[in-house]
Design a protein around this ligand. Structure first.
Ligand code: SF4
Length: 316
């Protein structure tokens, strides 16, 4: 029996868009992040950012793409790829340097999309214009990944994100004027956040022109501020069951057409003090599916709060 699809998957979205399987090829640039320069970075960020298994950043972009392609193509029989600039803040560099690296990626055979991971406070019209020119010149899709993590601006402050909610809203609205895809990264179990914050975060991304979300369970990287707090017993983490409840609620409140790229965090075992309650990705995924099934939950079940929802009371 075909399993019931209860949320919109990223692999399905890519297949609809490109007509076949498409895989991301990570590219690691010799850059940093303004938040690391000015204050040590976000509390969950390790000193390598998210580049745990990345290629050496001194390698040319085209060579990194070639090496990663060889591996992915052999394993998954894929023929179309996304150049994924994942680590640190990939717009935090002079415009002419950004143009040069992106042109190198866009010129590589079978790259159909460029995905740039960055911070909401590192998006400007000048850079978006540059990306638009690149998109037109190479007929390539551009996709921006923004870290928000939570809609709770008190939590953003506590985890030293170095930006608030306003910067995120500004970046999303600005990007939408150039018609690029926006993916937002969210952590559903940041210390101090509650179910209420998760629901409000789902509601916030749903009313903005965000097309994709990546949900993460908080992992504790050894070399991070949270790592230090965890080692001292100062960090309180929610249970796996609570996390799954939060994912289920998020799915209910988020727009039905939102693409769900990820549901759990991922970090190599050797770099983590804590990750996913010691359970594998597959186990957590099975547990989530069972919970969605048991409660008969579908994405967007509770997405009924837009467009003057209370006006319907006038009819009763
Ligand atoms: S914005 Fe990203 S790279 Fe910068 S400190 Fe935070 S998690 Fe690390």
């Amino acid at each position: 029996m075909t399993p019931i699809v209860r949320y919109r998957t990223y692999s399905g979205y890519l297949k609809e868009r490109y007509g076949e399987k498409v895989y991301k090829l990570p590219v690691n640039l010799p850059i940093t992040c303004p938040n690391r320069l000015s204050g040590g970075g976000c509390s969950f960020c390790a000193d390598v950012g998210t580049g745990f298994e990345a290629q050496d950043s001194i390698l040319p972009v085209s060579e990194q793409l070639r090496r990663n392609r060889a591996h992915i193509e052999a394993r998954y029989k894929a023929h179309k790829f996304i150049a994924y600039f994942q680590n640190y803040t990939n717009t935090f560099m002079p415009a002419d340097t950004l143009k040069k690296v992106l042109e190198e990626a866009a010129g590589v055979e079978d790259i159909v999309e460029i995905s740039l991971s960055t911070r909401p406070d590192c998006i400007s019209d000048a850079y978006l214009l540059l990306l638009k020119e690149l998109q037109n010149k190479y007929s390539i899709n551009i996709h921006l990944e923004l870290g928000l993590q939570t809609a709770n601006y008190h939590t953003l402050n506590k985890i030293h994100r170095g930006h608030g909610l306003a910067e995120f809203i500004d970046a999303v609205l600005r990007i939408s004027r150039y018609d690029f895809t926006v993916c937002t990264h969210l952590i559903l179990n940041l210390p101090g956040d509650t179910m209420e914050d998760v629901v409000e975060t789902a509601r916030l991304v749903s009313v903005l022109p965000v097309q994709i979300v990546k949900l993460h369970s908080l992992y504790i990287a050894a070399n991070s501020e949270f790592g230090r707090q965890y080692a001292c017993g100062e960090l309180e983490l929610c249970s796996a069951e609570e996390y799954l409840d939060r994912v289920a609620a998020f799915l209910q409140y988020v727009r039905p057409d939102m693409v769900i790229e990820r549901l759990f965090g991922r970090i190599p075992e050797k770099d983590a003090l804590f990750a996913n309650w010691g359970r594998s990705w597959w186990k957590l995924n099975d547990e989530l599916n069972a919970l969605l099934e048991q409660r008969n939950i579908y994405q967007g079940d509770k997405c009924n709060y837009m467009n003057g929802s209370k006006l319907s009371l006038l009819d009763s």
